[in-house]
Design a protein around this ligand. Structure first.
Ligand code: MG
Length: 181
């Protein structure tokens, strides 16, 4: 694929957002790291709120629904699943379309713990799951200034955007029609 998609490609963006509740008795997993904290996020999978928001951003950039489309919480096989498999699937979908993930930028909103010391390892985990260099991944974190459910430590939220270069959409559609008819 040509750099910058010269000759008919398109650069697309997607956004993702996710929230999970924090309770005692669960491990806290963020971007594939287990982080020491009195509470962990609740969810059917490992509840990795950061990876979930990133997955939805990537899927959105290629127009492929959301994480629940591929990994419905009603399906027992995803119980306690490591969320990197969701990112690996999103990366596979980009490859199948002849595309390339340009970059991801994500923001975690959590009152505690401090995220700064973990950011480099988080970038490595996300980059590995998406098959890109860590420099293509941005992770930032902020508190909610003690306000609302995040500020009270009842949950964490994450936003993400992703940019993907895809071959010309009409060409892709044409190929897809050839393959499926
Ligand atoms: Mg989620």
């Amino acid at each position: 694929m040509e750099e910058g998609m010269n000759g008919g490609g398109r650069t697309r963006v997607g956004q993702g957002y996710d929230v999970h509740e924090l309770i005692e008795g669960r491990k806290l997993i963020l971007a594939g790291l287990q982080i020491s904290h009195p509470k962990g996020l609740v969810g059917h999978s490992d509840a990795d709120v950061l990876m979930h928001a990133i997955c939805d951003a990537v899927l959105g950039a290629i127009g492929e629904g959301d994480i629940g489309t591929y990994f419905p919480p009603s399906d027992a096989q995803w119980k306690d699943a490591p969320s990197k498999i969701f990112l690996e699937k999103a990366s596979q979908l980009i490859s199948e379309r002849g595309g390339r993930l340009v970059n991801v930028d994500a923001m975690l909103i959590a009152e505690a713990p401090k995220i700064g010391p973990h950011i480099a390892a988080m970038k490595d985990n996300i980059a590995a799951a998406l098959g890109v260099e860590p420099k293509a991944i941005g992770i930032k974190a902020t508190t909610n200034e003690t306000m609302g459910f995040v500020g009270r430590g009842e949950g964490m939220a994450a936003h993400a955007v992703a940019s993907v270069d895809l071959p010309d959409f009409s060409v892709y559609q044409w190929r897809h029609r050839l393959e499926t008819t």
